[in-house]
Design a protein. Sequence first.
Length: 227
Amino acid sequence: MKLSLLAISTALAVSASAASYSFSNGSGSTASGISDMSGNTFSSSVAAGTAFASGGGTSAGAGVVGIGIFSTDSLNGLGAAALIADFTSLTGVTSAFAVSGATGNRGIFSSTASNITITGTAFENKNMYLFAGNGTTFALSTQFLVVKLATQFLGSDDSIPTATAELFRPTGGPAATTLLLGTNVANVQTANTDASITPGWAMVTVPESSTALLGALGALALLRRRR
């Protein structure tokens, strides 16, 4: 699955002028896609397990995406509930993956917000993060992806009247990305006619804290029995 287009346009009011952001992972066959752990493409308009036309892969079903911030980069030890609680969305809402027809590009989503005052907010001079889950909401997701962009949100002392475009890609983007949660994938297909090899990302399962603890205790008990 390749995320064909990840686009969020947000107008932010700053002290001197407004700034607008657009976020993307590319478009069409050259997009840096996002898949589930089985390599299936997310699409809220195509049921999970449905094969795309022309042999273009299989739908992973619905998925959810947000752009915002995390308070920490140490996410691997967090359970699903703690991971979700630590994320603050820029727009206050999240976006679902979509598809432009069964034969079109998959994984397109967009969200817009305006008149967000940046002065004194949690976003000021903080790095941008991409947060994705495999459910219709983050709360219903069991697999997640977190990617950090080197670019920061504007501070109250910044004055940029023009739009700022940010691209989330493992390689070839204007700003460096850091994969904090998930796995790198050599190629994720975003279109039925996609013959290019474009790196992307796959989500990973994140258990609840109690589940993770029980699993660790079970593994410890098994290790002791073997000894």
